[in-house]
Design a protein around this ligand. Structure first.
Ligand SMILES: Nc1nc2c(ncn2[C@@H]2O[C@H](COP(=O)(O)OP(=O)(O)OP(=O)(O)O)[C@@H](O)[C@H]2O)c(=O)[nH]1
Length: 302
């Protein structure tokens, strides 16, 4: 899922500010005994206010982050609107607002702010961990996930492969078509790779035109088939260009089986070596490099 964190966080800030401004407007009409806007008294106010719209349009993402907290956030927001409406309706009749009514409002407001602050912190953390160009997690995520993936493969008695994927002749793409088209090509490449991997196989933007994927397979052949599939997917997914022939990209993949005694750095080093050998051998192919105890370099043409 490609999430545009920056605009999302900006929209959340705007919604929050609108919410606070709305609170001030309500307080003002209560103190000055003026009629608040129709939106305050609307029983569906929590659905039509800016924050309500933000929550609705990001419901899927919020569920994905933490379904329990997403529900609590929606409930606190709803409660806050109900509490405000109760206060305003009471004030309109000229009767004193009860302390319990004010408490209900304050509690809902506090809960809402607490949940929103935590959510914003979470989104900012996610934003830092993701590449704004492709939406993929950055290498920081790889450091974080590697040992979990290693443990999961051990538990499932599966093979763990790490693949380093590097775009071929990418400098020429930038030089010929400009950096902006180069950016589009990287996005296109990331999408193509993502689309051709299983949901539980993470992919990271490792560096400029380099990606890393983690594969959990049943056999060495499966890993090689996966690498072959990625090569073909990239080769055949032409990127349309306005007024020019579509752009054909290719990648070189360095593949290595991650052993129990490997850490991220040793696995990366081998995958990088295999990738470099693939570049030397003509690019647009994958190379497999086993750990030292095994045969040194088995070569497969792409
Ligand atoms: N447009 C764009 N280009 C990038 C980005 N990151 C890295 N690059 C470019 O990727 C190119 C990488 O060039 P090289 O390392 O020489 O490799 P290459 O031209 O792909 O050649 P080989 O890897 O040997 O096939 C450089 O021109 C970088 O400027 C990016 O975010 N956007």
């Amino acid at each position: 899922m490609h999430l545009e964190y920056e605009p999302m966080i900006r929209a959340l800030d705007e919604a929050l500010n609108a919410h606070l401004a709305w609170g001030r407007q309500v307080l003002r009409s209560a103190l000055t005994h003026t009629v608040p806007g129709a939106d305050v008294l609307d029983p569906a106010a929590h659905e039509v206010c800016q924050l309500g719209l933000w929550l609705r349009s990001h419901a899927g993402m919020l569920q994905g982050i933490n379904a329990h907290k997403a529900k609590a956030l929606e409930a606190a927001h709803h409660r806050m609107h109900d509490a405000i409406r109760a206060i305003m309706e009471q004030a309109q009749t000229g009767q004193a607002v009860s302390a319990a009514q004010v408490d209900a409002f304050e509690q809902a407001q506090d809960e809402l702010m607490r949940l929103l602050t935590a959510l914003k912190g979470r989104l900012v953390t996610e934003a830092i961990r993701h590449d704004p160009l492709t939406g993929l997690p950055l290498r920081h995520g790889l450091e974080h996930d590697f040992s979990d993936f290693q443990k999961a493969c051990r538990r499932n008695q599966a093979f763990f492969y790490l693949a380093m994927i590097d775009a071929d002749h990418f400098k020429a793409v930038n030089d010929r078509l400009g950096h902006q088209v180069g950016d589009q090509a990287l996005r296109h490449l990331a999408r193509t790779l993502r689309k051709n991997m299983r949901g539980n196989e993470p992919i990271y933007r490792f560096g400029g035109e380099e990606f890393v994927v983690l594969l959990q397979t049943h056999s060495a052949e499966d890993a090689q088939h996966a690498a072959q599939r990625l090569l073909e997917a990239v080769r055949t997914a032409l990127m349309p260009l306005s007024q020019q022939e579509p752009l054909a990209l290719s990648v070189t993949i360095g593949l290595t089986q991650v052993q129990d005694e490997d850490d991220l750095s040793s696995a990366l080093q081998r995958a990088d070596q295999a990738m470099y050998a693939g570049k030397q051998a003509g690019r647009n192919r994958f190379m497999l490099l086993d750990a030292p105890a095994q045969p040194p370099l088995a070569q497969r043409a792409g």
